[in-house]
Design a binder for this molecule. Structure first.
Ligand code: ADP
Length: 572
């Protein structure tokens, strides 16, 4: 893996860890907040219920107190009558009774629930009666079981006429009328219930455990030092708050929120109990959403870093390819430079060689001419001298020819190289050109005892070309063949190959080594051999041939086997 890829993946991994860690911390915080919100909500419910119950009980108590204030001189019968509208208007009373100053029930409503003649002192039930009487204020009791079932709370209101104690109004308030109004149906059954306890920890109402009503939770519903007992003890201490407890009967944790209910000298406590799984479910639902969010963020990070890695590696690849290409190009130009350099060195060497050859080639005829001129000047008019003079003129003539050929060759090669060689193109007969070339070389061939054969297809072969230049090419090739052949023959063959005339000039001479086959067409190049030195030459002939043939749009190459001969192949 490349460094860039590794670095990108490492950054991505780091980002994922950071996002996951933040997610975890946020989850915990959100979990805490949700839990807090939830318990606060429960607490609000209990407060609502407590306020309702307190208002309800206060209303009842005040009604009775108002009645008691006005009833100082009312007869027991009249008292019972005044109970009727209160009983019906303010629902929730079990019964309202009037007990005279001696502690005997004298009237009440409804009549069937008024135990007329019941003597509190005789039955030893005078405790609350006495307290109300002595304190001269309303005294309320914790709910106790009622005769026909359920719980009822007793409200003792003393009746005084100035300082004369007339008796007590006793109103019994049903606890069920409280629970029906304020505790039942406050919350959906499957999500918890409400309950209410009195100061001593007895159940006044329990939405889920009806059998507990009237009994104490501690000892029956839970053990003394259980988590629930602790909550109950807080409730009995008139505190408001929330707590967790483990419910042994259902085997689950529950959350309790509780608020005290204050009614005169009584303090009860109302509470909600909901399964902790409810808040867990809430928290989990938040968790799930957050985890989904984190997962999406991680996927985005991964996808992002994946793309970055992809882009980086693509750039990398492109860069590598570019570098590779450039290196390749550099190598190529290097090789080209090297070979150009080699060629230049070779050219330089050839040029030096040429300078010495050319000087020699130029000087030799000059020397001959000079010598001949000196001899010519000393000749007399004798017959012998006349013969000598003719020979000397012949020598001068040949040397001038030799020198002018060399100068012409030099001019030709210079024109070829500068692209100024003119081609006088016309319709010509190739065979004619070949025959003329052979003819002009016949004397030399005969001198060397070498026969020149032509092998031509048909009588004529019309082509477009520069007659003189083509003659120069064939004369050059035949001349070379004669120069480098000791014995044997020279053959000129013409064939049509793929619609083009192919001319093969072959000899049976010394041949050319394979590595020289291409180079002999370079100017000044001569194969380094004794014979080459012996026969002389400028190394320009073949270069001129190639220039002329290529100028005609053709090609020239050499084939050879050392010691057996060479063939120059021209395709026009
Ligand atoms: P030169 O004037 O030296 O002959 P050319 O360019 O005509 O120059 O030839 C170049 C060299 O090619 C010659 O010096 C010779 O070494 C070689 N060469 C050319 N033709 C032949 C041939 N027919 N047989 C052998 N070698 C040849």
């Amino acid at each position: 893996m490349s460094h860039k890829k590794f670095a990108t993946l490492a950054v991505a991994a780091l980002l994922i860890v950071v996002v996951a860690w933040f997610g975890h911390v946020t989850n915990q915080e959100v979990g805490g907040i949700v839990q807090q919100q939830f318990t606060q909500q429960q607490l609000l419910l209990t407060r609502q219920a407590a306020v309702g119950i307190e208002g309800f009980l206060d209303e009842k108590t005040v009604l009775i107190e108002v009645l008691a204030a006005d009833a100082s001189d009312t007869s027991p019968e009249g008292m019972a009558r005044s109970f009727i509208p209160i009983y019906y208007r303010s629902r929730g009373f079990f019964a309202i009774q009037f007990i005279n100053s001696t502690g005997v029930v004298v009237s009440g409503y409804p009549p069937e629930d008024a135990p007329i003649g019941f003597d509190l002192y005789a039955e030893n039930k005078n405790q609350a009666f006495d307290l109300a009487k002595d304190r001269r204020e309303t005294y309320t009791t914790d709910p106790t079981p009622l005769f026909e079932g359920g719980l009822g709370s007793y409200v003792w209101v003393p009746v005084y006429d100035d300082n004369e104690f007339k008796g007590t109004i006793l109103a019994i308030v049903r606890v069920s009328s409280l629970s029906e109004r304020f505790l039942i149906d406050v919350m959906p059954e499957e999500h918890g219930y409400m309950y209410m306890i009195d100061y001593s920890g007895r159940s006044l109402y329990d939405g889920a455990h009806k059998e507990m009503i009237g009994a104490k939770y501690v000892g029956s519903f839970c053990t003394n030092n259980s988590s629930y007992a602790e909550i109950l003890s807080e409730q009995m201490q008139k505190k408001e708050g929330t707590g967790y407890y483990f419910d042994e009967s259902s085997g689950e944790w529950r959350i309790v929120a509780y608020t005290p209910v204050v009614w005169r000298n009584r303090v009860w406590s109302v509470a909600t109990s909901v399964p902790a799984s409810d808040v867990d479910a809430l928290v989990h639902s938040v968790y799930r959403k957050q985890i989904l969010f984190i997962a999406i963020v991680i996927v985005i990070i991964l996808a992002g870093s994946g793309s970055i890695v992809h882009i980086f590696s693509r750039w990398n690849r492109e860069l590598e390819n570019e570098v590779e290409r450039t290196t390749e190009d550099l190598k190529k130009s290097n090789t080209e430079l090297e070979s150009a350099n080699t060629r230049l060195t070779e050219l330089d060497r050839l040029k030096s060689e040429f300078v010495s050859i050319a000087s020699h080639e130029l000087k030799t005829p000059l020397t001959s001419i000079k010598l001949s001129m000196d001899v010519l000047r000393s000749l007399s008019g004798s017959e012998k001298d006349i013969r000598t003079r003719d020979e000397l003129f012949g020598i001068v003539d040949r040397n001038i020819g030799r020198q002018s050929r060399l100068v012409n060759d030099l001019l030709d090669i210079s024109r070829i190289e500068t692209g100024t060689l003119k081609f006088n193109l016309e319709h010509v007969d190739l065979y004619d050109i070949i025959r003329e070339s052979v003819r002009s070389m016949r004397d030399i061939a005969e001198e060397k005892g070498i026969s020149v054969h032509t092998d031509l297809e048909g009588e004529t072969l019309a082509i477009t070309g520069d007659r003189d230049q083509l003659v120069q090419v064939f004369v050059n090739l035949i001349g070379n063949a004669l120069k480098f052949t000791e014995k044997g023959e020279i053959r000129i063959q013409v064939r049509m190959v793929a619609g083009h005339p192919e001319i093969r000039v072959s000899d049976t001479g010394i041949g050319i080594p394979p590595d020289e086959l291409d180079r002999i067409f370079d100017k000044f190049h001569q194969v380094d051999s004794g014979l080459t030195r012996e026969v002389g030459g400028s190394g320009l002939g073949l270069a001129i041939c190639r220039g002329i043939i290529e100028g005609h749009g053709g090609s020239i190459r050499a084939e050879s086997e050392v010691g057996r001969g060479s063939t120059f192949v021209i395709v026009l």
